[in-house]
Design a protein around this ligand. Structure first.
Ligand code: C2E
Ligand code: MG
Ligand code: MG
Length: 736
């Protein structure tokens, strides 16, 4: 301020001297001194960029003295001009100028000051700052003349405007902006900084930016970042920071250096925004995209990503990977019988069981539906994968606890493929493990199989058969064979011996395909179950078997029972009891002449659910048998809760009776327990005299098997039944 006034006074004094000289046209003798003064004045005006003016109040004239513009012919010379006070400034700003002059004259201000616009030489308005003081007053102190200077401040105003805008922008920005010195101490911060960090400007200015460091990174990390900023003048990245209240937040930072006039770093300007929420949302989305919402396990996408990573690692470290592909056995039946909500809970429980069996460090993924995948890395040998697959099977031996009232026994079938032996990409490893899994299913379920190339053939055949199976009914390619069942002779206590006789037959399905020949039911029935075709096929079987029985009854077989196998899918269908009733009515077969054979696994899912379904059949009056008993998990005590009539001991136990004392013990126990529960017990797959005798001694009620007869066509079977006598068992062993 002081310097400005001095300069003003100097300019004014010089100008005054010059003006005096100019107005009075002083004598030639003072010309040299005048020239010198004029030169100085010129210099002063040139240096300050101002022009000098003098306002004569009485005449209303303003005289101006200025250094001529460059480009003008008088460049560098002092030029004068005169204008009326009414012409000063631009039209809009004139009232303001006059108001300022009036206030100064009236003593309201000690200096005349005005910032206003004037028309410039280029026609545009230029901003000027004008200052002046009275240089002559009358005796009463009234201003007679005022002189002063005017400076073009257009650029300054523009810069100030820009500065004001910048300051406003900083204030209203949602990103925090902070200026730091070279030691990373806060120099200034904007309101968003306070909003984000919780620190007011007076709490941080002068303090180190380390104030915001979070323990999530160590101090070496922050040192490294600051070092990068100092060295490169720029840094953009994400850092964890800590707010005043201690809460941590993830911050996106951009640092830029501001150099001083000498090109040295002077300040760092950092723009930061809190991206914690955004990151969280992103992570959530990524999680959802990569995980199965039901079980929380990685989904197919993430599995494939992990598998790629595992393959690359295995390539590098020359190790093996195993992919285990699991499918829960008969899950479809369980889902249908217990409902989808319970099915979902079973899947979750199975996922947990699986993860705990393989351990946390191996990837377990849900492939979809009831299919799961396990990736085992760093395997030393093939048998490591086999051991793990076996461990998974063992882990599923114990039932899954779904809630207080519900325990479900479920087993997986597992296919195993190995890298690099069976494939070098996730797709091929998964495909081959899937193929092996199908083989495990076909091999009887609840087992694992390691992939080998011959399975490809089997898998292609499965696809072809599945297609052919669709046309099986319209092409009339199905027929039934019948395997007779013998009720053994017994001697009731204190009664007449009851001779052995044939009291029934089991209807067994055959498919003679035009293209593929005779196909085993163990091969095509699982395919029909998979596609759901088993419902239609099952209905056909039932109608066919009942029609045959009607014919036999008319031929006089007498007290005779027909057994028909029923798949889980048929059983669980709500209207199956109605179908059975209708077929019985249609074929005129009494309900008690029909026995439905159900497999254990269907019934084992839940006692209550199965009981309700099975009860509907009992109410019709049909007999109900548990087929293949002993291969599942069912206990006889459990079966007691179901309204079944018959237990069929699986041929697996019978086949080994003579060789395996365990099988003998199991069979003996089943027979004894069936007696105590009042159930009929049937042994399947009886092939030898020894087996027959063993069973008879234990009190087994009925037998079925090649010892008596293989399955026969309807006509042959009827002949067999008619001709069979204990003394002449028609191909079977002699009974005595
Ligand atoms: P399953 O119900 O346990 O039928 C007994 C199987 O054992 C039959 O095989 C029969 O031929 C065979 N078998 C009979 N006696 C002997 C013997 O002494 N030794 C040996 N080793 N085997 C014997 P098959 O006909 O191949 O049927 C296999 C399975 O296919 C059946 O087992 C049954 O689960 C299923 N199945 C057959 N027909 C139907 C059907 O109409 N519907 C449904 N859902 N399943 C059926
Ligand atoms: Mg059967
Ligand atoms: Mg069986």
């Amino acid at each position: 301020m002081f310097a400005v006034d001095l300069r003003f006074l100097a300019v004014a004094a010089l100008a005054l001297v010059a003006l005096v000289a100019w107005r009075n046209r002083a004598g030639r003798s003072r010309l040299a001194a005048m020239r010198e003064l004029e030169e100085r004045l010129k210099l002063a005006l040139w240096a300050s960029g101002e022009y000098y003016w003098d306002y004569d109040v009485a005449s209303g004239l303003v005289r101006r003295l200025q250094v001529a513009d460059p480009g003008n012919g008088d460049a560098g010379r002092l030029v004068t001009s005169t204008l009326d006070i009414g012409e000063v400034g631009c039209a809009e700003d004139r009232p303001l100028i006059h108001e300022r002059i009036r206030r100064y004259f009236e003593g309201g201000e000690d200096t005349y000051r005005s910032e206003h616009r004037v028309p410039g030489a280029d026609g545009k308005l230029a901003w000027v700052r004008s200052r002046g003081r009275a240089v002559a007053r009358d005796a009463a102190g009234k201003v007679l003349r005022m002189a002063g200077t005017t400076l073009d401040i257009t650029r300054e105003r523009a810069a100030e405007g820009a500065h004001r805008v910048a300051a406003q922008v900083l204030r209203s920005m949602s990103e925090a902006v902070t200026v730091m010195n070279r030691d990373f101490e806060f120099v200034s911060v904007n309101p968003a900084f306070t909003r984000i960090t919780g620190y007011e400007d007076n709490e941080v200015i002068g303090r180190s930016a380390a104030l915001l460091d979070s323990p999530r990174h160590d101090s070496a990390f922050y040192r490294h970042v600051r070092d990068l900023i100092t060295r490169h003048g720029h840094y953009a990245g994400e850092l964890w920071q800590r707010r005043k209240d201690g809460e941590e937040f993830l911050c996106a930072y951009e640092f830029n250096v501001v150099h001083d006039g000498g090109g040295q770093p002077q300040y760092f300007v950092a723009v930061l925004s809190d991206i914690t929420q955004q990151k969280r949302a992103e992570e959530e989305l990524r999680y959802l995209a990569n995980h199965d919402t039901l079980t929380g396990l990685p989904n197919r996408t993430l599995l494939s990503e992990r598998l790629w990573r595992a393959i690359l690692h295995a390539q590098h470290s020359q190790t093996r990977i195993a992919v285990l592909f699991l499918d829960l056995d008969r899950f479809k039946d369980i889902n249908d019988s217990l409902g989808h909500a319970t099915g979902d809970r079973i899947l979750c429980a199975a996922a947990r069981r699986l993860q705990s069996a393989v351990g946390e460090h191996h990837t377990v993924a849900r492939h979809g539906g009831d299919e799961f995948t396990v990736v085992l890395e760093n395997l030393a040998a093939h048998h490591d994968a086999d051991a793990m697959a076996q461990a998974v099977l063992d882990a599923f031996e114990a039932p899954l606890s779904i809630d207080k009232h519900l325990e479900v026994s479920i087993s997986p079938s597992i296919g195993v493929s190995l890298y690099p032996d069976h494939g070098a990409s996730p797709a091929s490893l998964l495909k081959h493990a899937d193929t092996a899994m199908y083989q495990a299913k076909a091999g009887g379920r609840r087992m694992y199989m390691r992939y080998d190339e011959t399975m490809e053939v089997a898998s292609r055949r499965r696809a072809v058969l599945s297609g052919a199976l669709r046309k099986v009914l319209e092409r009339n390619e199905l027929h039934l064979v019948y395997q007779p069942r013998l009720t053994l002779a017994r001697t009731p206590p204190a009664g007449t011996p009851v001779p052995a006789r044939i009291t029934g037959a089991e209807a067994l399905l055959r498919w003679n395909s035009r293209e593929h020949g005779e196909i085993d039911p163990t091969e095509f029935i699982p395919l029909a179950e998979e596609s759901g075709l088993i419902r239609e096929i099952g209905e056909w079987v039932l109608r066919e078997a009942c029609t045959t029985l009607r014919h036999w009854r008319r031929q006089g077989v007498g007290d005779f029972r027909m057994s028909v196998n029923v798949s889980g899918l048929q059983l669980m269908r709500g209207d199956f009891p109605r179908v059975v009733r209708e077929i019985l009515a249609e074929t005129d077969v009494p309900a008690d002449a029909l026995e439905l054979e159900l497999t254990e696994s269907v019934l084992m899912a839940s006692a209550e659910q199965a009981a309700a379904r099975v009860q509907a059949f009992r109410e019709l009056g049909v007999a109900l048998a548990i087929d293949d008993f002993g291969t599942g998990y069912s206990s006889l005590a459990y079966l007691k809760r179901l309204p079944i009539t018959t237990v069929k001991i699986d041929k697996e136990f019978i086949g080994d009776l003579a060789r395996n004392p365990d099988d003998a013990a199991i069979t003996g126990t089943i027979v004894a327990m069936a007696h105590s529960l009042g159930l009929t017990v049937v042994a399947e797959g009886v092939e030898t005299d020894a087996q027959m005798r063993f069973l008879q001694q234990r009190g087994c009620h009925e037998i079925q098997g090649f010892w008596l007869s293989p399955p026969l066509g309807a006509g042959d079977c009827l002949d067999f039944v008619r001709r069979w006598t204990p003394a002449c068992p028609g191909g079977g062993g002699a009974l005595s």
